[in-house]
Design a protein around this ligand. Structure first.
Ligand SMILES: *Cc1c(COP(=O)(O)O)cnc(C)c1O
Length: 404
C-alpha cells in the first residue's frame, strides 16, 4: 500500500516528510509502526512465490518489514542514492559493509581520526579475518595516495571528524579510489544529508550511525548504508537475510520520524554552533576553537563548499592552562560547572552535550597517540542542541569565568 503518487523532482525537505509512507488499509496519516516478526500469507502458493523472491510481499521481519522499508526508502531519497539498508546500530552498518565488500587478502585505507570503534573493528577484529587496514592522516591527501596497494579494495573516511572537526575532500578521495579500482565509503553520521550528500560527490557507499543526528533526540540506536542497487540491495540486502543485523521496527519508526525534522534541526543547530564558536573564540579563557564554520578553521573553505555553507553542530575547544594536569582540571571544571548541558558522549541531540574526549571517547589511547591526534587534556567537545543560545553561553561562562 505504499503511497506511490508523489510527483518526481521533489526537494529533500519534501521527501523527508512525504517519501515512502507504507499506508495500511485504515489510511492512517502518520506512519504506522508494523511491530510484527512475521506476516500472514493469503495462501501457500503465494507464500512459495514470496519466499522464492518471485513476487513482492512481506514474509518475515529479518527479510523485510514495512516500517524499516519506509526508513530505508526515505533515507535513500534524501541521500540521493538508489537504495539504503538499515541496521541495528552504526557499528553494525560498518560491520555489514566490511563483511560484504571485503574478503581475506583485501586491504583498506582509512583515516586515523575515525570513530574509535571503527578503528578497533577494522584494525583489530577484521585483521583476524585477513583484512588489513592502513590508517592515514585525515587531511593529508598524499598520505591516502601513498597507502594504496594493488589489493586495496576500499577507502573509508569520516568527515568532519570527532572531536577536532577535520575534513577530507570527498570528491578528491572518490577520484583517487576509482583511479585504483577501489570503492570509497564515507561515514556521514556527523554531517547528515542536510550538510553533505557524499554519493553526489562520488562516494560509492554512505554509512550512518542513525543514533546521532538522524534520531536527534537520543532515543534509539540505528544504522544504515546507502548506495547503488548493485552493492546495497543485491549484495548487502542478500547478506542481511542470512546475517540478521536488522534494525528493529520500533527503532526504525523512531528514526523515520526523526528524518522529518532533520533539516530544521541541523540548520538551527549549525546556526547556534556558529554563534557559540564565535563567542568561545573571543573568550579570554579559551585558547583555541575548532569549528569548520569559523574562518580560523584550517579547512574552512573546503567546509563551506562541501557542507553547503554550514559548519554542523559539533564544536571543540581548548581551555587555557599550563601542563597536562592543570589543563585537565580546567576542562573538568568547565564541564562540571554546567547546569544545562549534559555530560555525555552522545552527540547530534537536541539537548546540548559536553564531553572531555581525552578521558572518555579517546581515553583508551596512549598519551602519545592522543598527542598525535591533537586531543589534549584541555580539550572540550560540545554538540550544540536547541536550547536558547544565551542560556548556553551563561552555562559555559559559569566554569570559564571562574578558571584560575
Ligand atoms: C556513533 C558513531 C558510530 C557508531 O554508531 P553506533 O550507532 O553507536 O553503533 C559510527 N561512526 C560515527 C561517526 C559515530 O559518531
Amino acid at each position: 500500500m505504499t503511497e506511490s503518487t508523489l510527483p518526481p523532482g521533489l526537494h529533500a525537505d519534501t521527501l523527508a516528510v512525504r517519501e515512502a509512507v507504507e499506508r495500511s488499509p485504515w489510511g492512517e496519516h502518520s506512519e504506522a509502526l508494523y511491530l510484527t516478526s512475521s506476516f500472514v500469507q493469503p495462501d501457500c502458493a503465494t507464500a512459495a512465490r514470496r519466499f522464492a523472491n518471485e513476487e513482492p510481499g512481506y514474509t518475515y521481519s529479518r527479510t523485510a518489514n514495512p516500517t524499516v522499508t519506509s526508513f530505508e526508502r526515505r533515507l535513500a531519497a534524501m541521500e540521493g542514492t538508489e537504495c539504503a539498508v538499515a541496521t541495528s546500530t552504526g557499528m553494525s552498518a560498518i560491520l555489514l559493509m566490511a563483511l560484504t565488500m571485503l574478503k581475506a587478502g583485501d586491504h583498506v585505507v582509512a583515516s586515523q581520526s575515525m570513530f574509535g570503534s571503527t578503528i578497533r573493528l577494522l584494525g583489530g577484529e577484521m585483521a583476524r579475518f585477513g583484512i588489513e587496514t592502513t590508517f592515514v592522516a585525515q587531511t593529508d591527501g598524499a598520505a591516502w595516495q601513498a597507502a594504496i596497494r594493488p589489493n586495496t579494495r576500499l577507502l573509508f573516511a569520516e568527515t568532519p571528524t570527532n572531536p577536532l572537526t577535520d575534513l577530507c575532500d570527498i570528491a578528491a578521495l572518490a577520484a583517487l579510489a576509482h583511479a585504483h579500482g577501489a570503492l570509497l565509503a564515507v561515514d556521514n553520521s556527523f554531517a547528515s544529508p542536510v550538510l553533505q550528500r557524499p554519493a553526489q560527490l562520488g562516494a560509492d557507499l554512505v554509512v550512518y550511525s542513525g543514533t546521532k543526528l538522524l534520531d536527534g533526540q537520543g532515543r534509539v540506536m540505528a544504522g544504515a548504508v546507502c548506495g547503488s542497487t548493485a552493492l546495497v540491495d543485491k549484495v548487502m540486502g542478500a547478506f542481511m537475510r542470512s546475517a540478521g543485523l536488522n534494525l528493529a521496527p520500533f527503532n526504525a519508526w523512531v528514526v523515520l520520524k526523526g528524518l522529518e525534522t532533520l533539516s530544521l534541526r541541523v540548520k538551527a543547530q549549525s546556526a547556534a554552533a556558529l554563534e557559540l564558536a564565535r563567542w568561545l573564540e573571543a573568550h579570554p579563557k579559551v585558547a583555541r576553537v575548532y569549528y569548520p564554520g569559523l574562518p580560523s578553521h584550517a579547512q574552512h573553505e573546503l567546509a563551506m563548499r562541501q557542507q553547503g555553507g554550514l559548519g554542523g553542530s559539533v564544536i571543540a575547544f581548548d581551555v587555557v592552562g599550563e601542563g597536562a594536569e592543570q589543563l585537565r582540571a580546567n576542562a573538568f571544571h568547565v564541564a562540571d560547572s554546567t547546569r544545562v548541558c549534559s555530560i555525555t558522549a552522545n552527540l547530534g541531540d537536541v539537548k546540548t552535550t559536553i564531553t572531555h574526549p581525552a578521558s572518555t571517547s579517546h581515553g583508551r589511547l596512549t598519551e602519545a597517540q592522543r598527542q598525535a591526534a591533537g586531543i589534549g587534556q584541555g580539550l572540550i567537545r560540545i554538540s550544540v542542541g536547541l536550547e536558547h543560545l544565551d542560556d548556553l553561553k551563561t552555562d559555559l561562562s559559569r566554569g570559564l569565568d571562574t578558571l584560575a
